[in-house]
Write a protein that binds this ligand. Structure first.
Ligand code: PMP
Length: 365
């Protein structure tokens, strides 16, 4: 018996589960994680907060995660200068779950989602998983979104949900504010369309957040995560900011008590350490810019990056280069973008190991 013999839904047939190879090598730069472990003072604070939560584990958690949403709203207000209230914020187990709840609410059978490829593959997979028809428009050769091409795709596909990933994974490309505004207007002109701006990597960007665009645009949602800038991928905490009506709408599909008391307590502790954690982000941004400069100095073609990773190429045999870098003990990501690989910015030592490995790999070819 294999998966092909099972009567699974048609849109899942022939698909592979999402996930990068988890190999045991010294330098792991393949999944856009933050390389810095949480500071010990935060670990101690998490232990305190979780102990408090543990005393009440006989009870269900706060179903509406009120204190946590207050904390996230305060963080968004402080970091963007745009006033965000608890009513604008919703949280779930990773931004993947937030995206799933949005598609369960605004997508589904008979509805269409549109994204611009190459982009985050989970947009496609979560769409399929929720029975939403997935379509994609292309990007330019430099991986930016060509507005005319994108507007044509909206006119043809008539999406119910439009994904704009900024900064985009796996290319690192930020989307200009004017482009998002034009896409929003064009989509609404066809039919009411939920526009999801996935800002998983925004804290690493040279560009400001697009979050203030939610003002007066009830169908624009910005999704965020604590997995990258907060260095807490293991926590599983993602969130969104939008009109309060969108937050009310996702209540229709969220499972009751989806966010455990332990998760809420841990996320609240991490928010207390926001300034320290964002200090690591500054280091990573500097390292990201150094990687771009050094790869370009090697004569490689490197996509401008606003994220904590860098896309580089162009290689005739991408797999051979991936393998040659791996042979030096450094794991990077082949996202299936022709001729390109992606490396996550790590610690300075890890990045040096990566840059040495690339130098050796291209000499061999
Ligand atoms: N959006 C983008 C663009 C991502 O790259 C990722 C993680 N790789 C996510 C969302 C999901 O992150 P998480 O579920 O950990 O919040």
């Amino acid at each position: 018996m294999t998966i092909d013999d099972l009567p699974i839904r048609d849109e899942l047939k022939g698909k592979s589960p999402y996930g990068a190879p988890q190999l045991d090598v010294p330098v792991l730069l393949n999944t856009n994680e933050n390389p810095y472990p949480l500071p010990e003072a935060l670990v101690a604070r998490i232990a305190e907060r979780v102990a408090e939560a543990a005393r009440n584990l006989n009870r269900y958690p706060d179903r509406d995660a009120v204190e946590l949403r207050e904390g996230l709203a305060a963080y968004l207000t402080k970091s963007t200068g745009f006033p965000v209230a608890r009513e604008n914020v919703w949280a779930a187990n990773g931004s993947n779950e937030v995206l799933q709840q949005l598609l369960q609410t605004f997508g589904g059978p008979g509805r269409t989602a549109l994204g611009f490829a190459p982009t985050y593959q989970m947009h496609d997979l979560i769409a399929r998983g929720t029975g939403t028809h997935w379509t994609q428009g292309p990007r330019d050769d430099d991986f930016t979104i060509d507005l005319d091409v994108a507007l044509a795709a909206i006119a043809v596909q008539r999406p119910d949900v439009l994904f704009v990933c900024s900064p985009n994974n796996p290319t690192g490309t930020a989307v200009p504010r004017e482009t998002v505004l034009a896409l929003y207007e064009a989509a609404q002109a066809v039919k009411p369309t939920l526009v999801v701006v996935d800002e998983a990597y925004i804290e690493f960007s040279h560009q400001p957040s697009l979050l203030p665009l939610i003002e007066g645009r009830p169908l624009l949602v910005v999704t965020r995560t604590m997995s990258k800038a907060f260095g807490a991928a293991g926590l599983r905490l993602g969130y969104l900011a939008a009109d309060p009506a969108v937050v009310d709408a996702v209540q229709l599909v969220r499972l009751p008590y989806h966010l455990s008391s332990v998760t809420q307590a841990t996320a609240l502790a991490a928010l207390e350490f926001t300034d320290t954690l964002l200090g690591y982000v500054e280091r990573l941004k500097a390292e990201r810019d150094r990687i771009v400069t050094e790869l370009r100095a090697m004569g490689l073609e490197v996509t401008d990056s606003d994220a904590n990773f860098v896309q580089f190429g162009e290689f005739a045999d991408t797999h051979a280069v991936w393998q040659a870098i791996l042979a030096q003990g450094v794991l990077v990501r082949d996202n299936g973008v022709p001729g390109r690989l992606r490396v996550t910015a790590g610690t300075p030592d890890e990045n040096n190991a990566f840059l040495d490995a690339v130098r050796a790999a291209i000499k061999e070819l």
